[in-house]
Design a binder for this molecule. Structure first.
Ligand SMILES: [Zn+2]
Ligand SMILES: [Zn+2]
Length: 293
């Protein structure tokens, strides 16, 4: 199996980043914690940046830009393009293009994170190895017209470095000198990126492997409460593949979906609007017809 990996197709820049940050997280981060411990400031910074970058991916990159599940005013859009960049998951334009291709060709060869090529491929292999040439961005013409999205696409790597590494390092330095700076870089910077990225990757791998299929078995997508807990509510993936334009992934009121709650709360503040919901009769009919089948 190991020898069958396509080493001639390695995506060197992405692989070095993903492996380098992972190795630092399991070596330098525990060493730092052993030597300096952790204080409430470092923990708070880690949680704040994890929340900001995580919600920017689920609320912004995914539900707002990829699926147009609601509208958002400029402060929300600006926030999600800035902190979404800090997740090191590339630009809105590239992310949405790949994600729309995933929905259109799910479980087929054109699906960028096709689970039928294996769990490892769907999780991270598709990023480490470029099996196919980069397809053109021909499915995001609506987003190309958005000046904020176009601006973020041009500067995404600079924004990522500034917000993900320079910002926590500088805040750490203000808090506690060089030791605080190192902690900010390692914990709220490197470790937070690794945690967030693997949680995102689980949507493509585990959410197509583990869980129930209450709505359809047309594709491999599954609903999992456990994965919803790790992904800001994105774990209800069987529902999402069936009704991708709904701003909710966890459609029941008790489903753990902080992304849905944030979008709804922002709508009450006038910052989001036109929230798209599939009528409850349609949802019930989908469940019933699937159960009968
Ligand atoms: Zn999927
Ligand atoms: Zn989606």
């Amino acid at each position: 199996m190991f020898l069958r990996l396509p080493f001639d197709r390695i995506n060197w820049t992405t692989s070095s980043f993903l492996i380098g940050t992972f190795v630092l997280t399991i070596t330098a981060v525990p060493l730092y914690l052993w030597k300096f411990g952790i204080d409430w400031f470092q923990l708070g910074l880690f949680c704040a940046l994890l929340l900001a970058s995580g919600l920017s991916i689920t609320l912004g990159y995914h539900r707002l830009f990829s699926h147009l599940a609601f509208r958002a005013k400029w402060p929300v859009r600006l926030f999600v393009v800035l902190f979404g960049a800090s997740a090191f998951e590339n630009s809105v334009l590239m992310w949405a293009s790949e994600h729309r291709r995933h929905h259109k060709h799910v479980d087929q060869d054109e699906d960028p994170y096709d689970i039928s090529k294996g769990f490892f491929h769907a999780h991270i292999g598709w990023l480490l190895f470029k099996l196919l040439p980069q397809p053109p961005f021909d499915n995001v013409n609506d987003l190309k017209k958005d000046p904020l999205v176009a601006w973020q696409h041009r500067h995404v790597h600079l924004l990522a470095v500034l917000i993900s590494f320079v910002l926590p390092t500088a805040l750490g330095a203000i808090w506690d000198g060089w030791a605080g700076a190192l902690g900010g870089f390692l914990i709220a910077g490197v470790a937070r990126i690794v945690v967030l990225q693997h949680c995102t990757f689980f949507i493509n791998s585990a959410c197509h492997t583990i869980g129930r299929q209450p709505y359809s078995t047309r594709c491999s997508a599954r609903d999992s409460t456990l994965l919803a807990l790790l992904t800001f509510g994105e774990g209800y993936h069987n529902y999402h593949h069936e009704f991708q334009h709904d701003y909710r992934n966890g459609v029941r009121p008790w489903h753990w979906d902080p992304t849905k709650w944030t979008i709804w709360t922002l709508s009450k503040l006038g910052l989001t609007g036109s929230l798209r919901r599939v009528p409850s009769g349609t949802i019930a009919a989908a469940r019933a017809s699937h159960r009968d089948a």
